[in-house]
Write a protein that binds this ligand. Structure first.
Ligand code: 13P
Ligand code: SF4
Length: 305
């Protein structure tokens, strides 16, 4: 179908179905362009508690739609693509949490939102990349079991020497693939560029970066900066908003592997189909949903302080 016709169809269906389209910065630019709201994980989870429409059409990976459903059980959450899932969300098991709780009785289980609803249900508090530092700092516990992302956990730990961290070994394959060598090569090619990096990258990449932040923090930093060139160490979907906001600045990804195959499953065609048939709907067993609500709500409360 012609793109223009498809976009018109999406707009019409959205009105008919009383739906709001939310998208993460990692989906394709053309999908971001038809969304009502685009943002990072923290922004989208906050927003999910505020929208008026009965249906949320989510353009992102599974855990993002799950968070929207956990926070809004009375709303219909439809995923643009059923199979878009974050591999890191499955990198920790409940058994591991139980083992750590048994060994470290006072430890808080801090769960990166990139995790399944079941894992959230067994955690004390959730965090996203933009609020992790604030939320962990606000916890009364000295010991922190940070799951599943090892890199984000270490990044936060470095800034909170008063806490004792127990790390897990989860990782994002997309951010892990952005190696130090590739960043150094990009710096060599673009000597005046600042390096802007997501904290899911490995420690050696973080060490040679000028700024570390979530997707929306990277976009804000580049937009407010006087610098004209930036090396971008996160998924390439952010380039769309970076260029929208800064048409005269230059942005350089470091490698073709900076692309999340799960986020890129979401296309305009799939979005139109999901809206038309109102499926796949995100549903969760009520017991898991209500248990997962507490750590997510605690995150929103602590991050807002
Ligand atoms: P943000 O917290 O920046 O939205 O990141 C989400 C994510 O999946 C990073 O890979
Ligand atoms: Fe998961 Fe990485 Fe894709 Fe983000 S970029 S959704 S962490 S695989």
């Amino acid at each position: 179908m012609d793109k223009k016709v498809l976009i018109d169809k999406i707009k019409k269906l959205k009105e008919e179905k009383n739906a709001v389209i939310m998208a993460h910065y990692y989906v394709d630019g053309e999908v971001q362009a038809v969304a009502d709201y685009v943002g990072d994980s923290y922004y989208l989870s906050k927003l999910a508690t505020k929208v008026e429409q009965q249906t949320i059409l989510f353009c992102g990976v599974s855990f993002m739609g799950e968070s929207a459903k956990i926070l809004n059980p009375e709303k219909t959450v439809v995923m643009a693509d059923e199979l878009a899932d974050c591999p890191m969300a499955h990198m920790v098991e409940i058994k591991k949490i139980e083992e750590i709780r048994e060994k470290y009785k006072d430890a808080a289980v801090v769960c990166y939102v990139n995790s399944t609803a079941e894992i959230k249900a067994h955690s004390d508090v959730c965090v996203t990349s933009s609020n992790a530092l604030r939320v962990v700092k606000a916890l009364p516990n000295k010991q922190i079991f940070f799951i599943p992302d090892n890199n984000l956990g270490r990044y936060v730990a470095k800034q909170l020497p008063e806490k004792e961290f127990i790390f897990h070994d989860g990782f994002c394959h997309v951010h892990k693939s952005i190696g130090k060598e590739k960043v150094l090569k990009a710096k060599e090619l673009h000597k005046d560029a600042l390096v802007l990096t997501h904290p899911e990258c490995t420690e050696d990449v973080l060490e040679i970066s000028d700024f570390i932040g979530s997707t929306s923090e990277i976009i804000d930093y580049a937009t407010e900066s006087d610098c004209q060139e930036f090396i971008i160490c996160t998924e390439t979907g952010v380039l769309y908003e970076l260029k929208q906001k800064n048409p005269d600045k230059k942005f350089y990804p470091v490698s073709p592997s900076q692309c999340c195959p799960d986020m890129k499953r979401i296309t305009l065609e799939r979005l139109a189909e999901a809206l038309e048939y109102m499926e796949p709907e995100k549903e969760l067993p009520e017991e898991i949903r209500s248990q997962a609500y507490t750590p997510l709500a605690r995150m929103l409360e602590l991050a807002a302080q």
